[in-house]
Design a protein around this ligand. Structure first.
Ligand code: ATP
Length: 219
């Protein structure tokens, strides 16, 4: 059976959730009080509806209580976000995920029974800062939400081994696309190339895979 979701609030965050859920094969009812926002998602979402979700009768008439999971992505209008969440929980929606604007907002949401409270901007900032603080990651270029090119300082653990010895592509699903050594850069190094201490590896791949490589092979 297809998974079904309701997304309320089609700003940048809510809109991206709609697109991604649809891409992953879910049915999505997308709701916003502004017709332009709804028009934008009419072709993407399974249903796109203009409605003010602070009105309990509206929520009832749309049958939202029959959905397992509702995402409230109303941003700036904190009052509307709180009221919508309250109505959804009172009507018995099992999973209500709400985007919080700040800590006070989050506190209220918790009190009224929101099941998951998310802080997308803060969480993304934490992830990026963590990435940047990793001692061996010198720089990175985000290619997508999940893929990057990173500059990683070669540690003692891998110095002296060739790319083939480490079998990086098979073991981690990532590729070394270049090696910076002193003032030179070796583009597309071949598998026999030995990594030297102090080399900077230019690695491309999924963030999770690169992080796995960094953790496993770096000192
Ligand atoms: P983002 O950063 O994701 O764009 P934002 O914090 O800027 O988020 P807003 O644009 O403030 O988000 O709100 C998201 C959407 O929520 C807006 O399109 C707005 O029309 C919608 N919205 C606000 N109040 C209601 C409501 N009562 N019912 C339905 N939708 C609403």
């Amino acid at each position: 059976m297809k998974k079904e979701f309701v997304v309320i609030g089609l700003g940048r965050f809510g809109g991206s959730i709609v697109s991604e859920l649809v891409r992953l094969g879910a049915d999505v009812m997308a709701i916003d009080s502004h017709s332009e926002r709804v028009d934008e998602y009419a072709k993407i979402a399974t249903q796109a509806i203009i409605a003010d979700t602070t009105d309990e009768e509206v929520i009832k008439s749309l049958g939202i209580r029959n959905f397992e999971h509702v995402i409230v992505a109303i941003g700036e209008n904190i009052q509307a976000s709180i009221l919508t969440t309250l109505i959804l929980k009172e009507l018995g929606v099992k999973q209500v995920t709400v985007k919080a604007q700040n800590d006070y907002h989050a506190k209220v949401l918790k009190r009224i029974g929101a099941d998951h409270i998310i802080h997308p901007e803060r969480d993304m900032a934490i992830r990026i800062a963590n990435n940047m603080m990793s001692n061996n990651v010198l720089d990175y270029l985000e290619l997508s939400d999940e893929h990057s090119i990173m500059e990683i300082k070669a540690s003692e653990r891998i110095a002296g081994f060739s790319i083939k010895d480490l079998d990086i592509r098979a073991n981690y699903g990532i590729n070394i696309v270049g090696i910076k050594r002193d003032e030179t850069i070796l583009i597309s190094p071949n598998a026999e190339e030995k990594i030297l201490l102090g080399d900077v590896l230019l690695v491309i791949g999924a963030d999770v895979d690169i992080n796995r490589f960094v953790k496993k092979t770096m000192g």
